[in-house]
Ligand binder design. Structure first.
Ligand code: TYD
Length: 132
């Protein structure tokens, strides 16, 4: 349903750095990057699945929780490490919440933004996963 990828930290006396290269230390080429911050603790974002998109999600500051659902089971994943990526393929329902005040989430995506790639209705998502 998902994979947690721990990245090597290039650390020295100047601080820490994590390099990410599309198709090298993540499984897809990167077409889009976006980031999210300033979301209140109890807000629930997401509430959708994607038809094709692959994503790598990194909580580069603070922490938050992701709830992933493949139509059969749900799992909650706590993200709080700037060197750990949550890799999600298509057809996974995601919700994310419990944002710390300093939470910044960076998302690397395999495709350009496409509203038609979203499945926003949970019942429709469940029906699609039953067909597969
Ligand atoms: P949305 O995907 O609904 O955010 P989340 O799942 O994190 O709650 O996107 C929020 C808004 O931003 C929506 O109006 C679409 C827009 N948006 C873009 O224009 N480009 C993008 O790459 C993304 C991810 C969103």
């Amino acid at each position: 349903m998902y994979r947690l990828i721990d990245f090597d930290i290039k650390g020295d006396s100047h601080g820490s750095l994590v390099p990410i290269e599309g198709g090298k230390n993540i499984p897809f080429n990167i077409k889009r990057v976006y980031y999210i911050w300033g979301t209140d603790y109890s807000v629930v974002r997401g509430r959708h699945a994607h038809k094709n998109l692959e994503q790598l999600i990194i909580c580069i500051s603070g922490s938050c929780d992701f709830i992933l659902d493949n139509g059969k089971r749900r799992e909650q994943i706590h993200l709080s490490k700037p060197n750990q990526g949550l890799y999600i393929k298509h057809n996974i329902w995601r919700e994310f919440t419990n944002f710390s005040k300093d939470c910044v989430i960076m998302v690397l995506a395999s495709e350009y933004y496409d509203e038609d790639d979203y499945i926003k209705n949970y019942e429709q998502f469940k029906q699609n996963t039953c067909v597969i």
